[in-house]
Ligand binder design. Structure first.
Ligand SMILES: Nc1ncnc2c1ncn2[C@@H]1O[C@H](COP(=O)(O)OP(=O)(O)OP(=O)(O)O)[C@@H](O)[C@H]1O
Length: 887
C-alpha cells in the first residue's frame, strides 16, 4: 500500500512533468526543422504564419509547452509586423512573411540549416553579454520591434498583464528595491536561465532572490510571459510607465524566447595588407558561417577569426542574412586603398616599386641620394607625387623633397611652405642641390607685402601663407609642406590657408619627422592633404581611429583606436616612414647642417649696431688695440642680433617634436635669453655656464640624461664642451659660432660618444650680415687643415658648397683677415671669452637695448599696413585641445 504524496512531492512531480513536456515540445520543433517537407521552409512558415500555429505543435494554451513554442505562437500572432528587422533567429525564421519575401533561396537554405541558439547557459551568457556597440540584450531584443510600423495599430497587450497560463504555473512578483527591482518566486529552472541572461542580474544569497536594474525590466517580463510555468505579477504602477515603454513595452508581441536573446554586433578590422579580422562576439550561426570561408584562420591569442581580403565581400553578404548578427564591413576608404587585394587583381602581395626615371633631374642631386633616399623618391613617383614623407628627423627629407619636386619640374612654379625659421635654409638647399636653377628664380617671401608667385620656386612661412593666399589666381600644381604636422589643427589660420591649396595641387609632398605627436586626430588633415577623398567626414575618421566618445559638450576625439589598421592604411596609400635605426648603416655618424637663420628677424637697431661695428673694424689708422676692440664689439653685436632667430628656431624644433637637444651658445646674453624663453614656455631645461660649480654640472647633466620627455640643455660653448655626457640626446644646435673648431668638435661630442646608438645631427645657426659671414669660412678653413693633417674626419665645407661666404669686397676681406689674425694670436680665446662674459648690450654705445627686448621686431609680424600682429605662434605649448568638435 502506497503512502499518499506529500505536497512537496506533488510539486516536484509536477515540475518534472512540465520539464518533460517542454523537452518533448522542443524535440518536436527540432524535428520540424530537420524534416524537408515540414514547416521549416520560409515559404511554408509564411503561410503558416497567416493561418496559425503549425499542426504538429500544441494548440491548447492551457497545456504546458516550452518557452520556444510559446514564442513561436507569439510570433505567429505578430506576423503582420512586416517591416521590422527581426531581433533574432526565431522571430525571423518563424514569422514575418514580409521579411521572408526578400530572402533568396541560398539565404533560405542558410537560415534553414542554422541550428538553435546555444543552450549551454555559459555560452548563452557569453553571447548575451553587452556587445561592442554597447547594446545589451534588453535593448537589442526588443528595441527594434518597439516602434516599427508593423506593430502600430495593434493593441499591445499590457506588459505587466499575466497571460492566461496553465493553472499549475508558478506565481511570483516583482518588487521595487531602490533603483532596482527584485523577483520573488520559488525555484524555476527556466526562469533562472532567463535571469542569467540579463546583464544587470544580481543574486542576493541572504534573501535568495535575484534583482535587476529597471533597464532589464521589459526584457524580463516579456521572457517570463513566454514561460508557461511562470506567472509574474508586474511591478506596481509599472504597466504604463515610461520605464516599461522605454524597455520595449509595446513590442511584447514579438518577444523572443529566452535562448535567442543574444544579438551580436561587431566590425571588420584590417590586420595586414592581405587579411582582415572579424571583431565580434560569439554567435553560433556566425561561427558556422566563418567555418565556410576558405581562408579562415583563428587567432588563439586574440580569439578572433580572420580571413583573406578577397573573401571580405562574400563574408559581409552572407552575414547580412543572419538577422541576429551585425558585422560592419571595412570602411570604403580601406576597400578603395586595398582594392587590389580585395579584388585579387594583384597576384603578389607586395609589388616592387618601380625605379623612377630621374634623368631630367640635376645629376648632382641624383648622384648624392643615399639608397634609402632614392627609394623614397621612387615611392613618391609611384604615388604620383602625393605623399607624406615621414622619415625620422635628420634623414634628409629636404633632399628627397627637392628631388621629387624636380621630377615634376615641368609643372612648376613650385610652392614651398616651411616654418619661418628655416626659409633661408631651404633656399640654400635648392641652390646646393639644383645647380640648374638660377638663384634669381628663387623667391623667399619675407613680408606680407611680397608676392607669393614671384619666382619659379616660392618659399613662404606658414604664417605669411595665410596672409598671402588671396593673391593666388592660379593654383600651384606642385606644393611642398615642410613640418606638415604644423597643419594638425584644422581650426588654425595656417591650416585653413594650406588645405585648399593641397586639394587642387597635382603633387603634394608633405614632410614631417613627427606627423602626430600625441594622437591620431592630428593625422587627419595630413591624410586628406595627400588623399582628399579619404574619410570625407572627420567624424567617420574619429569614430574609427580616435575612439570618438560623445560627451555632454560634444564629441571627444582625443583617444585612439584601430591603430594597427591606421598604420596599414597610411603605409599603403599615404605615408613613407623610415626610422634612423632602419637606415643607420647608410648614415654617417654625424650629420651637420648649416641653418641660415632669418635675417629679417634681426631688428633695425641691431642691424645699425652691426654696421657700426663692422665700419669701426675697417677704419683706417686704427691701432691694433682699437681694431681688436672693434672686432669684439662686432662679435658681441652678432650674438645680440641673432637672439630672436635663435629662439624662433628652438621653439620650432620643439614644436616639430624634437624631444631632447643641446643648445650651445657663447654669450651670456644669448644663454640667458634662451633660458628665459624656455622658462616662459615651461620647457624643462638645464643650464651650465661658467658660473656653474663642478658638483652642480654633474648633477644637472644627470638630470638631463634622465628626463623622460622633452628637455633642452643650454650650455656654454666654453664651459661645457668637455667632460660631460649627454648621450640621451641626438641633436646639437650651435646658436653661435666659435672661432676655435676644436672647441666646436669637442662640444659636438657631448652627444656623439659611447652610449650613443644613433646618428647625431648637428645644426649650426648662421646669420647673414653678421660676424658669422667671417667666422663660418674661417672655421671651415681650419677644419680642412685639420682634416688634411689627419686630425679630423670632419669636412665642414661639404655642407656649404652653395654658400658663397668669401667676399670680393676689399672691406669684407679686411674684416675676414682681422678675424683670422686675432684668432691665431696667443690668448685670443681668453680675450673673446671675457668680452662675451662682460658684454652688456645696454651699456655699449649705440646699443639696441638689453638682451631680448627687441625680440618681437620681426618683419614677418608686420602686416602690409604696418601694424604688428599679435598672435600665438607656438601652438605646441599653448593649445593641445584641438579637434574637440561641437555636436
Ligand atoms: N644624400 C645626402 N648627401 C649629403 N648631405 C645630406 C644627404 N642627405 C641629407 N644630408 C644632409 O643631412 C642634413 C639633414 O638633412 P635634412 O635637414 O633634410 O633632414 P630632415 O629629415 O629634414 O630632418 P628634420 O626633420 O630634422 O628637419 C642636412 O645637412 C643635409 O644636407
Amino acid at each position: 500500500m502506497s503512502l499518499p504524496l506529500t505536497e512537496e512531492q506533488r510539486k516536484k512531480i509536477e515540475e518534472n512533468r512540465q520539464k518533460a513536456l517542454a523537452r518533448r515540445a522542443e524535440k518536436l520543433l527540432a524535428e520540424q526543422h530537420q524534416s524537408p517537407g515540414s514547416g521549416s521552409s520560409i515559404a511554408t512558415n509564411s503561410s503558416q504564419s497567416k493561418q496559425g500555429p503549425p499542426p504538429n505543435l500544441p494548440r491548447d494554451p492551457s497545456k504546458p509547452v516550452n518557452h520556444g513554442v510559446v514564442f513561436l505562437q507569439q510570433n505567429l500572432n505578430s506576423s503582420s509586423n512586416g517591416n521590422q528587422r527581426p531581433p533574432n533567429f526565431h522571430s525571423f525564421h518563424l514569422s514575418s512573411p514580409g521579411q521572408a519575401k526578400g530572402i533568396g533561396k541560398r539565404q533560405e537554405d542558410e537560415i534553414k540549416s542554422t541550428p538553435f541558439p546555444p543552450r549551454d547557459p555559459g555560452v548563452e551568457a557569453k553571447a548575451a553579454r553587452p556587445c561592442t556597440s554597447g547594446q545589451n540584450i534588453s535593448d537589442t531584443n526588443c528595441g527594434s520591434g518597439s516602434a516599427t510600423p508593423g506593430t502600430e495599430g495593434r493593441r499591445p497587450q499590457k506588459l505587466g498583464a499575466s497571460l492566461h497560463k496553465a493553472g499549475s504555473s508558478q506565481k511570483g512578483m516583482c518588487i521595487r528595491s531602490g533603483g532596482r527591482f527584485q523577483v520573488k518566486i520559488g525555484y524555476n529552472a527556466e526562469l533562472i536561465t532567463v535571469f542569467k541572461r540579463l546583464p544587470s542580474r544580481s543574486y542576493d544569497p541572504a534573501t535568495k532572490t535575484w534583482n535587476f536594474s529597471m533597464t532589464d525590466y521589459g526584457a524580463l517580463m516579456r521572457a517570463a510571459q513566454s514561460l508557461p510555468t511562470v506567472t509574474l505579477e508586474p511591478l506596481e504602477g509599472a504597466e504604463d510607465s515610461r520605464e516599461s515603454l522605454s524597455t520595449g513595452g509595446v513590442a511584447h508581441t514579438c518577444l523572443p524566447s529566452a535562448p535567442s536573446l543574444a544579438f551580436v554586433k561587431g566590425q571588420c578590422v584590417l590586420i595586414s595588407r592581405a587579411r582582415f579580422e572579424a571583431d565580434i562576439g560569439y554567435s553560433e550561426d556566425l561561427m558556422a558561417l566563418f567555418k565556410q570561408m576558405e581562408s579562415r584562420s583563428y587567432d588563439v591569442k586574440t580569439r578572433k577569426w580572420n580571413f583573406l581580403l578577397e573573401e571580405h565581400n562574400k563574408l559581409i553578404q552572407s552575414v547580412r542574412c543572419l538577422p541576429q548578427v551585425q558585422l560592419d564591413p571595412l570602411p570604403t576608404t580601406l576597400t578603395l586603398a586595398f582594392a587590389s587585394q580585395l579584388e585579387k587583381t594583384s597576384p603578389c602581395l607586395t609589388e616592387p616599386i618601380p625605379e623612377a626615371d630621374l634623368s631630367g633631374v640635376d645629376p648632382k642631386l641624383v648622384s648624392n641620394l643615399l639608397p634609402f633616399q632614392r627609394a623614397g623618391v621612387n615611392f613618391a613617383v609611384a604615388k604620383r607625387g602625393r605623399l607624406l614623407l615621414a622619415d625620422d628627423m635628420g634623414l634628409g627629407k629636404t633632399i628627397q623633397a627637392i628631388c621629387i619636386a624636380a621630377f615634376y619640374r615641368k609643372e612648376w612654379p613650385l610652392l614651398v611652405v616651411v616654418p619661418s625659421s628655416v626659409r633661408f635654409t631651404w633656399e640654400q638647399a635648392f641652390l646646393q642641390w639644383l645647380p640648374s636653377l638660377s638663384p634669381d628664380r628663387i623667391n623667399v617671401v619675407v613680408t606680407g607685402k611680397d608676392r607669393l608667385t614671384a619666382g619659379l620656386v616660392n618659399i613662404v612661412s606658414f604664417d605669411l601663407l595665410s596672409k598671402l593666399e588671396k593673391q593666388l589666381k592660379t593654383p600651384f600644381k606642385v606644393v611642398i609642406i615642410d613640418e606638415s604636422h604644423f597643419l594638425k589643427n584644422i581650426k588654425t589660420a595656417r591650416c585653413r590657408a594650406a588645405m585648399p591649396l593641397l586639394k587642387v595641387a597635382k603633387r603634394v609632398i608633405l614632410l614631417s619627422g613627427t606627423p602626430a605627436m600625441s594622437r591620431p586626430a592630428e593625422l587627419y588633415t595630413q591624410i586628406i592633404g595627400v588623399r582628399p577623398t579619404f574619410f570625407p567626414q572627420f567624424h567617420a575618421f574619429g569614430l574609427r581611429y580616435c575612439d570618438a566618445k560623445r560627451q555632454p559638450w560634444g564629441w571627444d576625439y582625443s583617444g585612439s583606436s584601430n591603430l594597427g589598421e591606421l598604420k596599414l592604411l597610411l603605409e599603403e596609400a599615404v605615408m613613407l616612414r623610415r626610422l634612423k635605426c632602419d637606415v643607420l648603416a647608410q648614415l654617417p655618424p654625424k650629420q651637420r647642417k648649416m641653418v641660415v637663420i632669418a635675417p629679417a628677424r634681426i631688428s633695425t637697431k641691431a642691424r645699425a649696431a652691426l654696421a657700426a661695428a663692422a665700419k669701426e673694424m675697417t677704419t683706417m689708422n686704427n691701432t691694433k688695440r682699437q681694431q681688436k676692440e672693434a672686432l669684439l664689439l662686432f662679435f658681441n653685436r652678432t650674438a645680440e642680433a641673432k637672439i630672436p632667430s635663435v629662439i624662433e628656431y628652438i621653439l620650432d624644433l620643439l614644436e616639430s617634436g624634437r624631444e631632447k637637444f643641446l643648445v650651445f651658445a657663447h654669450h651670456k646674453v644669448v644663454l640667458s635669453a634662451i633660458t628665459r624663453e624656455l622658462e616662459r614656455k615651461q620647457v624643462p631645461h638645464i643650464r651650465i655656464d661658467g658660473s656653474t660649480s663642478s658638483a652642480d654640472r654633474e648633477d644637472l647633466c644627470q638630470q638631463f640624461q634622465l628626463f623622460e620627455k622633452h628637455a633642452v640643455a643650454v650650455l656654454s660653448i666654453t664651459a661645457a664642451n668637455m667632460g660631460l655626457t649627454f648621450s640621451s640626446a641626438d641633436l646639437v644646435v650651435f646658436a653661435e659660432l666659435f672661432w676655435n673648431p676644436g672647441v666646436l668638435l669637442q662640444a659636438e661630442d657631448r652627444v656623439h660618444r659611447i652610449g650613443q646608438a644613433s646618428s647625431v645631427s648637428i645644426h649650426y645657426l648662421v646669420a647673414r650680415g653678421t660676424a658669422d659671414d667671417y667666422l663660418w669660412p674661417l672655421i671651415q678653413e681650419k677644419i680642412k687643415v685639420l682634416g688634411e693633417a689627419g686630425l679630423s674626419e670632419t669636412n665642414f665645407s661639404e655642407m656649404t658648397e652653395a654658400t658663397n661666404y668669401f667676399y670680393e669686397d676689399p672691406k669684407q676681406q679686411k674684416i675676414y683677415d682681422l678675424f683670422q689674425q686675432s684668432f691665431e694670436e696667443e690668448g685670443s680665446d681668453m680675450e673673446l671669452l671675457e668680452a662675451a662674459e662682460s658684454f652688456d648690450p645696454g651699456s655699449a654705445s649705440g646699443a639696441p637695448g638689453s638682451d631680448s627686448q627687441d625680440l618681437g621686431d620681426s618683419v614677418d609680424e608686420i602686416t602690409s599696413t604696418g601694424s604688428p600682429v599679435k598672435k600665438r605662434r607656438f601652438e605646441f605649448f599653448d593649445n593641445f585641445d584641438s579637434f574637440m568638435f561641437p555636436l
